[in-house]
Each structure stands twice: as C-alpha cells, then as structure tokens.
Ligand binder design. Structure first.
Ligand SMILES: [Mn+2]
Length: 345
C-alpha cells in the first residue's frame, strides 16, 4: 500500500468561509460519500448520520463508508446499518465514482486509517467539517471551528442555516437524535468546557423535536457487557500516580483483554476515570494492542495533552487527545508519557 505524507494546511479559512465553500460543494453536486475517523464514536457517527439525513432531504445520493465498524451501542441510530466497513476491493470503486467525499470529525486522511489511498486516488472533490486542530492539505474546502464542542454542533449549523434559507424544517427526529448523540458524547454528557449556552440552545431544540435524553444515554452508556465491567475493574487496579499525584496512569495489556474476552471498543471512556482522582490534573490510559500501543490523554485546565500526543504523531484538543506508536514497547510508551507530562503538570 502506498503511504502518503500530508503537509499542514497552510491557510486555515475562517469557519464562515469554509462553511460557504462546503455549501457551494453541496449545491453543485449530486453524489456524496461521507466518511469519518477510525474507531467510530458518538460524534463521528452522529455527525455522519445527521449530515446524511440532511443531504438526502436536499435530494442528494449519499453513501457511507468508514474505516471501522459501528460499535453495538450506536446501532439505535437510524442509518447506522447502512455504514460499510471499508473493503479496498469492494469500495475503492465507490469512493472513486462519487462526486464528493466529505470527511467528518477528522482533518487528515490518516484518520481514515486504511482508506488513505482510496481517498487520495479518488478524483472526487474532498471537503472537511471538523472541530480538531492541525488540519492537513488535501481537501478543497474546510469548515473548521476548533471552538465547537463537536462536529455534530457544526452539522447543526448547516441544518439551521438551510432551514432558514429554505423556510422548511430539515431537523427530523432521526436527524435530531444523531446530532444529540454527537453533542452528548463529545461534551462528556454536557460537562466539558465547550458546553456553552449556545450548545444547550441547540440541545433544547433537539429535545423539542423529540429526542429523549434518557433513552439516548441508556442506548449509549447502559449497554455494557459484563466483560467490559470486568476489564474496567482490572484497569482501575492498574492506577498509578506520578509527579506528586498530578498525573494518573492506567494500563490495559493484551493479557487483560484476552482474559476478559474484550477488545479495543470496550475501553471507550475508561480514561475519564483518571481525572476523578483527587489532585489529578492529567490522566492517561496506555493500551497494548497486537501491533501497536494506543494512548488516550485527558487533562484539566490549560494542560495541553494534544502537545504530548503530537510527540507520538497524534493530536486532538487541549483537554482530550490520542496517539499511537508502533515503534515503542508498552513500557517505553508509559515511561515516555510520564516523562513528557512532567513539564506540564
Ligand atoms: Mn468530535
């Protein structure tokens, strides 16, 4: 497989310019493929499906292809069963044949791990809607607002704008539920710093349209299989603190996953436990996978965990970031995080 390198985007347009550029692309084309990042989460799926429901009401043809499968707890989202897991032999022609590829909740083809080549070789117009920092050069349009709580919030702006322009309602119950899911999960259930009054006004509208907050929460978070609970127990027992209790580290080894019959999907959300410990300013979970080490980082205040993630070639936000390494051992990755964190905590 060819490997691609991407230059940082030299000029990041204002959100308004990027928004208008995306609107023009929507207007001018008929067939779309919407893709999102590897290891699907509530915001990637919620924004992908919310945007799909919008584009279809505008008469567009929409295909959905992701680099990884939809976790079971998001199957309640309407349209989720249409999402294909990318298969190069089957889906390269689809990506090549559509007029537009929209990349949501990610700003580099590298985030669509395994799909980079198909995306880059496709003659389709590429466009990005995202709220992460450090986009790379590959698309014709970028609607990026790093102040937004979620990509779902940005999709809502398209919905609201088009409703105003066309004088009709596009925010159907299915669309509302998709965007609610994205906002709820990416704000950590409405508690992270970007949970603004404007976000709550959007949520108010989504509830008015018919979203049931408890039902969504129940679908996403109350469906844990027993083996996940057992893995969480084992993971909590690995908790260690460093730097006078300001850094908390948790570990998940291959053996722990094997013994509990779990996989990477089951670890979603574990890292949040680190910040619950008194005095902790930064938390990390280091996960040993068969061919690489995956790390998720969280912080309070101004500690820039995305800077630490960038050391490993990853990224994210100030308070939530992630990265992977296939060159360091499990132990080396842990030691490196502890060492890098010292400067910030
Ligand atoms: Mn997001």
């Amino acid at each position: 497989m060819q490997s691609f390198t991407f230059a940082p985007l030299a000029h990041i347009p204002s959100f308004e310019d990027g928004f208008n550029a995306c609107l023009a692309i929507i207007e001018q084309h008929h067939s779309f493929c919407i893709v999102t990042h590897v290891n699907s989460d509530g915001d990637s799926l919620g924004s992908q499906l919310g945007f799909t429901h919008l584009l279809r009401q505008l008469g567009k043809t929409v295909h959905l292809v992701n680099p990884s499968h939809v976790p079971d707890n998001f199957h309640y989202l309407e349209g989720s069963k249409e999402i294909r897991v990318f298969d190069a032999d089957r889906d390269t022609a689809l990506l090549t044949g559509v007029e537009v590829i929209f990349v949501l909740d990610g700003n580099s083809p590298a985030r669509m791990r395994g799909m980079e080549e198909a995306i880059m070789r496709s003659p389709a117009v590429k466009a990005v809607i995202d709220h992460h920092q450090a986009p790379v050069e590959f698309a014709a349009a970028y609607a990026i607002d790093t102040e937004a709580c979620s990509t779902a919030e940005l999709i809502y702006r398209f919905v609201a704008y088009l409703e105003e322009r066309d004088g009709k309602t596009y925010c159907t119950p299915s669309l509302a539920e998709a965007l609610y899911t994205g906002i709820m999960t990416d704000t950590g259930n409405f508690r992270f710093p970007r949970t603004t009054a404007d976000v709550h006004r959007i949520i108010a509208r989504l509830i008015e349209i018919g979203v049931e907050p408890y039902a969504v929460f129940d679908n996403v978070f109350n469906q844990n299989p027993m083996n996940r609970a057992l893995l969480l127990g084992r993971t909590l027992s690995t908790m260690q603190t460093f730097h006078d209790g300001r850094l908390c580290l948790m570990l998940v080894s291959q053996a722990m996953m094997r013994e509990t019959g779990t996989n990477i999907d089951h670890i979603e959300g574990f890292v949040e436990q680190t910040l619950g410990l008194q005095g902790v300013k930064m938390g990390a979970i280091v996960v040993e996978l068969p061919d690489e080490i995956k790390m998720s980082l969280r912080s309070k205040g101004t500690i820039p965990v995305n800077t630490i993630a960038a050391h490993f070639g990853g990224g994210g936000h100030t308070n939530a970031a992630g990265c992977r390494t296939s060159t360091m051992s499990f132990a080396e990755a842990q030691a490196t995080i502890v060492r890098l964190a010292k400067e910030y905590v």
